[in-house]
Design a protein around this ligand. Structure first.
Ligand code: SF4
Length: 319
């Protein structure tokens, strides 16, 4: 597959009262054309900051990309001006956020909000934008799109609002769609529908999808490759089959053990302990206080990420 987006040694730092922390620490990752790449980890692992960095949406201050590149169409997005970023955001590069209620504007009709994106990027006039908004609503499976187009966000259910967000993000047929926990706020049946919809849309647009989630169960249905993050770093990256059949990193194993299996009554085993605060990282491997395989070296020396066959792994057990 051709690479459509290349994240190279990306570090995003935040100023905090107790010092500068690296929310994303030297991450390198490729997104292939037509691929669905999942970025997985508990909250506080840096996956959302990584996606906001790609979108040029890090609030500055307190945040800033302090090194690295995000290469798209031969250009480094990190070097883009605000204006240049605005031009591609929502157009070639689009993002769906976790909670539609906070990203949809409550005082505007949903049709106007979708239309706004289209008018901005595609120069459509008001009537054409409205028609395109209706088409977009229809595409994402909203019944009676002619009526719904004049609804306000609060008049829709959670699942419908998430569909509207998807319609908005896809209105300009982006090449890359980033979805940050797009199903977290929804119940299980709706979650499955939204994931199916995202997958279908990706195929229809021949685009690439970056799916940010804490839930490896979600990933199994749609992703082709998985990148696992822990405490700001990538710790494992492999294709979906390898991740499920033969996870190498103890953190990946831990995440898998906490996914409910269909028809299994086996107890779920959550990973003991918490993600460390980025301002107070343990010495050595950042995962070692929670790792049941930790040995002396892990407590002293930080493992580096290494290529192993066609996967990447950061663990002293596999170096
Ligand atoms: Fe566990 Fe050591 Fe591997 Fe870290 S390096 S994940 S502590 S075995």
């Amino acid at each position: 597959t051709t690479t459509i987006l290349e994240i190279k040694n990306l570090t995003t730092s935040f100023a905090t009262p107790t010092g500068v922390i690296k929310a994303v620490d030297n991450a390198s990752l490729d997104l292939g054309q037509g691929e669905t790449l999942a970025i997985v980890g508990e909250s506080g692992c840096g996956k959302t900051v990584l996606s906001l960095s790609v979108m040029g949406l890090i609030p500055d201050p307190p945040g800033r990309i302090t090194s690295g590149q995000v290469i798209y169409q031969g250009q480094d997005l990190v070097q883009f001006s605000k204006k240049q970023l605005q031009k591609i955001r929502g157009n070639q590069l689009s993002m769906i956020f976790q909670e539609p209620m906070t990203s949809l504007n409550p005082v505007f009709k949903i049709g106007d909000q979708i239309g706004e994106t289209l008018r901005l990027h595609k120069n459509l006039d008001k009537n054409d934008a409205r028609q395109a908004a209706i088409d977009a609503l229809k595409l994402v499976g909203i019944p009676n799109p002619h009526k719904r187009v004049d609804n306000f966000p609060h008049e829709l259910s959670g699942g419908m609002r998430q569909r509207v967000m998807i319609a908005m993000a896809l209105a300009c047929s982006p090449e890359i769609l980033i979805a940050d926990e797009p199903t977290t706020a929804l119940d299980v049946t709706i979650q499955a529908q939204i994931l199916r919809l995202l997958d279908e849309m990706k195929h229809r647009m021949n685009g690439s999808l970056m799916l940010i989630t804490h839930d490896l169960g979600v990933v199994a249905r749609v992703a082709s490759r998985v990148a696992v993050m822990y405490a700001g770093q990538l710790v494992e990256c492999a294709n979906i089959i390898e991740i499920f059949k033969d996870p190498l990193h103890p953190y990946t194993k831990g995440l898998l053990a906490s996914v409910p299996k269909l028809g299994s009554r086996a107890e779920l085993t959550p990973i003991p302990g918490n993600v460390p605060a980025l301002g107070n990282l343990p010495r050595g491997c950042r995962f070692h206080p929670r790792c049941k395989f930790a040995f002396d070296r892990c407590k002293e020396q930080e493992p580096i990420i290494q290529n192993k066959d066609d996967r990447q792994i950061r663990c002293w057990l596999h170096s």
